[in-house]
Design a protein around this ligand. Structure first.
Ligand code: NAD
Length: 243
């Protein structure tokens, strides 16, 4: 039997890295995409993992990633469009409009281009699944992060609309909405005991998530067990968005 093939963006760290490792452990071939070449070099050592250094906000990277999957592994069954950046305070602060634009380029355009590049290959495979990484910040407001919150809300509705377009072709498109998860993105918050306690005190589960807990839900969404699930965003947040 041919191993299923999954493409993962933002693969060199955090949730993306945990996802690459989980799929590789479970016998998938993986195309891992990131701007961080050093992180990719570590993943290259894993069996069945091919890597591509590139920026997901470009068509070149997205097309190149799908081409690599087809050339190296002969097919594409799933795409995990996870690359994302944070930052940017309220738009009033100096320089933040440039960051606002960059947030949309990576977090939204990156997902849209990823869907656009993956769909023909998934169709050729007879169907498939796409999972984007949104955030609880797309479901609610947070202080001082207008740009990030707006991009993550955009991902939720992008996924809904795209899912409708491809459902009849057996291509399912969903998202996860992680809550606070221990990764490079949140490293400084986790390391600050006072701030970390403030965050966890608001989470019903009273703790941060491990990146592997996000990867397991991504796995479920791309698996046959989720064959009738499309157009939804699943919070993986210890109950934060239920609060
Ligand atoms: P992370 O910083 O550990 O990993 C993000 C990865 O994306 C990095 O390897 C980075 O190099 C890569 N990346 C950034 N810009 C890129 C680009 N333009 N092209 C290609 N790769 C790029 O962070 P993480 O926490 O694992 O974040 C993964 C996703 O989860 C992001 O979309 C983030 O917004 C989302 N998220 C994270 C949390 C959290 O608490 N960690 C919560 C909600 C949502």
């Amino acid at each position: 039997m041919v191993n299923p093939v999954v493409l993962v963006t933002g693969a060199a760290s955090g949730i993306g890295e945990a996802t690459v490792r989980l799929y590789a452990e479970r016998g998938h071939n993986v195309v891992a995409v990131d701007v961080d070449e050093r992180g990719l070099a570590e993943l290259e050592k894993l069996d069945g993992v091919a890597t591509l250094a590139g920026d997901v906000s470009t068509e070149e990277t997205n097309a190149g990633a799908v081409r690599l999957a087809l050339e190296r592994f002969g097919r594409l069954d799933a795409a995990v469009l996870n690359a994302g950046i944070g930052g940017a305070g309220p738009l009033e602060s100096a320089g933040s409009i440039e960051r606002f634009d960059r947030l949309f380029a990576v977090n939204v355009r990156g997902v849209a281009l990823g869907i656009r590049a993956a769909v023909p290959a998934l169709r050729a495979a007879g169907g498939g699944s796409i999972v984007a990484t949104s955030s609880v910040s797309g479901l609610r407001g947070d202080p001082g992060t207008w740009g990030y919150n707006a991009t993550k809300a955009a991902v939720i509705n992008l996924v809904r609309a795209a899912a409708i377009d491809y459902a009849a072709q057996d291509i399912r498109i969903n998202a996860i909405a992680p809550g606070g998860t221990v990764t490079a993105m949140t490293g400084s918050q986790v390391a600050d005991p006072q701030f970390s306690r403030l965050i966890t005190s608001r989470i019903p589960a009273q703790r941060w998530a491990d990146a592997r807990e996000q990867a397991e839900v991504i796995w479920f969404l791309t698996s046959p067990a989720a064959s009738y699930v499309t157009g939804v965003t699943v919070p993986v947040d210890g109950g934060l968005s239920a609060n």
